[in-house]
Design a protein around this ligand. Structure first.
Ligand code: NAD
Ligand code: MG
Length: 385
């Protein structure tokens, strides 16, 4: 029995993870499930999976959680510290599927626990890549990438010959506005932006996919996960989302991982690793897909990707600032306060106005994140005014 914990159990990735765990109930013992505030969904999942703990990050929701779990045998806990304590307890396997900067402390805690951490929360590697990777090494934790592109690269990487890698090519769907002229992008609504053509995901990452900031964040994520230089990372737009990414070798070989766009495939890979497990994912029918198209990204229409490329190359605090500003801007866009094109503009302004030294601890990263948020919030106010 693998003892598993799911951080962010009520979200899109968290729910897909629980779906696989529940289909293989004999193989997994659920230690803990966490959520931000969706107490109803959290309590139901904890009862179904017979979790030992259910943890709600928002302390105000603890009473409600306790009421729902009374007499069930599941212990209710509340607060951010409780999420981290539970993550640090060290299950054999922890899914890190909290969205955004809120995931940083829990991911660090899970790495300190020294088990296997299946990482969906890309923001923790974008903002604190060096710090997180060092913690994983120091505590003997195993980091398995769940992001579909990075999971694909992980599967294609020949670890016996790391010098043989020429390039890592991340594929991008291009999102819902792949072919939209820039002028028309001004009028994009939140409802349009969250409607991804291929993947069903949480609101924040869906907007990130629409601006292509997601692919930029993924370049930075890949830089920390894999032994390559920034110049060896490339992006290729591939609208069908069948090829999930590729590794190109110096001999001309290119290895790709393919599959239907269903996150349960990379999640299952991480759950069963180093073995494989069955999933209910539709088998890939290439004859039905018919054709696979590829094109280079358009950095003019998708300036967020260009910003992330700059942040990747500059390193230091730049990725953490970008991540924080983007998170503020995406939230403001979803709240109807700013337009679609202003998301990247606010990130660019924040990067231009704030240039601290490179962080070497998680606290330093979080201080940079906080300051960048303050800058970005001011930019949002300028837009609203
Ligand atoms: P989601 O919005 O559907 O779920 C987020 C989860 O995090 C929820 O369980 C929520 O309760 C929890 N959460 C939110 N704020 C929190 C806080 N302040 N404290 C504690 N918990 C909090 O998001 P998602 O789409 O499942 O994405 C989760 C992560 O996985 C993101 O980092 C995303 O980039 C990454 N990811 C998602 C997908 C996908 O298909 N959805 C694919 C690749 C990577
Ligand atoms: Mg991805």
């Amino acid at each position: 029995m693998k003892r598993v914990t799911v951080l962010g159990a009520t979200g899109s990735v968290g729910s897909s993870t629980l779906d696989l765990i529940e289909r293989n109930a004999d193989a997994f013992e659920v230690v803990a499930l966490t959520a931000n505030s969706d107490v109803e969904k959290l309590a139901a999942a904890a009862i179904r999976t017979r979790a030992r703990y259910a943890v709600v990050a928002d302390q105000n929701c603890l009473h409600d959680l306790q009421d729902r779990l009374a007499g069930t045998g599941v212990e209710a806990l509340g607060g951010v510290d409780a999420v981290c304590d539970i993550a640090r307890m060290g299950a054999d396997w922890t899914m890190a599927a909290i969205v955004g900067t809120a995931g940083l402390k829990p991911v660090m805690a899970a790495l300190e626990g020294g088990g296997t951490v299946a990482l969906a929360n890309k923001e923790s590697l974008v903002s604190a890549g060096e710090v997180m990777m060092a913690a994983a090494r120091a505590h003997g934790a195993t980091l398995l990438p769940v992001d579909s592109e990075h999971n694909a690269v992980f599967q294609c990487l020949d670890r016996t010959a790391p010098k043989g890698v020429r390039r890592i090519i991340l594929t991008a769907s291009g999102g819902p506005f792949r072919t939209m002229p820039k002028d028309a992008m001004r009028a994009i609504t939140p409802a349009q932006a969250v409607a991804h053509p291929n993947w069903s995901m949480g609101a924040k990452i869906s907007v990130d996919s629409a601006t292509m900031m997601n692919k930029g964040l993924e370049l930075i994520e890949a830089f920390h996960l894999f032994p390559v230089a920034a110049e060896q990372l490339a992006v290729l737009v591939h609208a069908q989302s069948v090829v999930h990414s590729m590794v190109e070798y110096v001999d001309g070989s290119v290895l790709a991982q393919l599959g239907t766009p269903d996150m349960r495939t990379p999640i299952a890979f991480a759950l069963a690793w180093p073995e494989r497990m069955e999933t209910p994912c539709a088998p890939l029918d290439l004859a039905a897909v018919g054709r696979l198209d590829f094109e280079n990204p358009d950095l003019d229409r998708f300036p967020a990707l260009a910003l992330a490329l700059e942040a990747l190359k500059a390193g230091g605090a730049r990725p953490a600032i970008l991540n924080a500003a983007n998170e503020v801007a995406v939230a403001a866009f979803l709240a109807g306060q700013i337009g679609f094109l202003e998301i990247a503009a606010i990130s660019a302004d924040t990067l231009a106005g704030y240039d601290p030294a490179a962080p070497d601890t998680l606290d330093a990263v979080l201080a940079i994140d906080e300051e960048a948020r303050r800058h970005a919030v001011e930019r949002v106010k300028d837009c609203v005014a």
